[in-house]
Design a protein around this ligand. Structure first.
Ligand SMILES: [Zn+2]
Length: 299
């Protein structure tokens, strides 16, 4: 049986504040109120921390509670998530501190098109010359510079998407292949990226997991902008259930499912991110919680 190592995206902190938890709350908020609600991701959370290797060819180059992952290969690197506007300069410094060149980042990916994960994309695209690739449904938001998810939060500088990918359409640099799993709900094109990495003589399958269904406070059933949000969300969990990673990494490492301290203990074996709970159990639990939320809304 496979044990699980875990690292989550966007399930925690300001966007899940209790005050915002009422269903449909986001439909009546002004953009000003939304920006205020997400402000936490622009301050201490966005302060870039010392970079470090997590395992294999995967490095943490992000901030205290907003992730950015560098995946290195001899043929150039992947970067997953660019964080908020405050982060690209620090991400570049972190890549260089690790001994890599920012110009060698060849492919810029995203976990999902929310401001705290893609606001730095346009700047990093210019800094690196990387190709931006994204699943179709989030590519629209990247290019529009707007949050097209049910949250409808703050936007970003529009980004040219060089290549639109479909569910499961892998991309390879050197010996590393990244595979996108489409998990709609949190955003229309929310993506869990999977890769194999060799660590200490062992091949580990790692998922970068940022899609845990619509944020608390989003109306799932009969959402006027997203009439099929419930079906999409459950489809997403079914798609996740097909994966079987050894480890997963998330977009907000101070969230309930991981911590920077865990991520940093890179020399320990087994790595502290190896969890006892099976991926399949975790996804089943989260799917059940989402079904219950949908059922409660329908009452
Ligand atoms: Zn998000």
């Amino acid at each position: 049986m496979k044990k699980l190592i875990l690292l989550t995206v966007c399930v925690a902190s300001p966007l899940a504040m209790p005050a915002l938890a009422q269903t449909g709350r986001y439909d009546t908020m002004t953009m000003e109120q939304k920006i205020a609600a997400g402000a936490g991701y622009h301050d201490e959370s966005a302060a870039v921390i010392e970079p470090f290797r997590i395992l294999g060819n995967i490095y943490y180059v992000g901030a205290a509670d907003v992730s950015s992952y560098l995946i290195t290969t001899p043929e150039g690197h992947f970067l997953v998530d660019s964080g908020v506007n405050e982060m690209p300069v620090g991400i570049r410094a972190n890549v260089e501190k690790l001994g890599f060149r920012i110009e060698d980042v060849r492919i810029l990916l995203s976990s999902h098109a929310h401001f705290d994960h893609v606001q730095g994309h346009a700047v990093l695209q210019r800094m690196t010359g990387a190709q931006v690739m994204a699943l179709d449904a989030d590519a629209d938001a990247l290019e529009a510079g707007k949050d097209l998810s049910p949250l409808g939060f703050e936007g970003w500088e529009p980004v040219k998407v060089d290549r639109r990918l479909q569910d499961g359409e892998s991309i390879t640099l050197g010996s590393t292949t990244m595979t996108p799993t489409w998990v709609p709900g949190h955003t229309p094109g929310c993506t869990t990226w999977s890769l194999d990495t060799e660590d200490d003589g062992q091949v580990m399958n790692v998922a970068i997991f940022g899609c845990n269904g619509p944020n608390a406070g989003v109306q799932i059933t009969n959402n006027p902008r997203f009439p099929d949000l419930a079906e999409q969300t459950l489809f997403g969990f079914d798609n996740l259930a097909r994966l079987d990673p050894d480890i997963y990494l998330t977009g907000h490492p101070e969230g309930p499912f991981e911590s920077i301290e865990h991520l940093m203990r890179v020399q320990m074996r087994p790595h502290p991110l190896l969890q006892q709970q099976l991926w399949s159990e975790m996804i089943a639990e989260r799917r059940a919680a989402m079904e219950q939320r949908i059922a409660e809304e329908s009452r």
